[in-house]
Design a protein around this ligand. Structure first.
Ligand SMILES: [Zn+2]
Length: 126
């Protein structure tokens, strides 16, 4: 999961995540019977995220991951995208653009935050 966090830190945005064991935010990997790979539950006030809880469903991720570390990193980076207010963007424009927030994004080939998502963050915060 730390790798997914570092991908945001290395992207060309002002976004920086860090681990703080005193934080009320949580990020865990669990074995869930659910069909989702990750979920982010956020408490938001206006444009400020007050708290988030991310759960990765390792059982579901293992079902399709060609490279488990890379896929977990991608799913976690996707959920962190929600923390900074990116939304899922399924199938818009035919789903043809390269976005980590796109449901058809190839998680097995994740290597960095796609430019589409970098631009989306810049449009919100710059
Ligand atoms: Zn999502």
């Amino acid at each position: 999961m730390r790798a997914g966090m570092n991908e945001w830190n290395n992207a060309d945005t002002l976004v920086q995540f860090s681990v703080n064991t005193n934080s009320k935010n949580t990020a865990v990997a669990e074995q869930r019977a659910d069909s989702w790979s990750g979920v982010c539950i956020s408490t938001v006030s206006g444009v400020t995220t007050l708290r988030f809880d991310i759960i990765l469903n390792e059982r579901n991720i293992r079902a399709y991951a060609a490279n488990l570390d890379k896929t977990i990193s991608a799913v976690f980076a996707h959920e962190l995208g929600h923390v900074i207010s990116l939304r899922d963007n399924p199938y818009l424009y035919g789903g043809s653009y390269d976005s980590l927030m796109n449901y058809i994004y190839d998680l097995n080939n994740f290597s960095k935050i796609p430019e589409y998502d970098v631009i989306s963050v810049k449009m919100m915060y710059y």
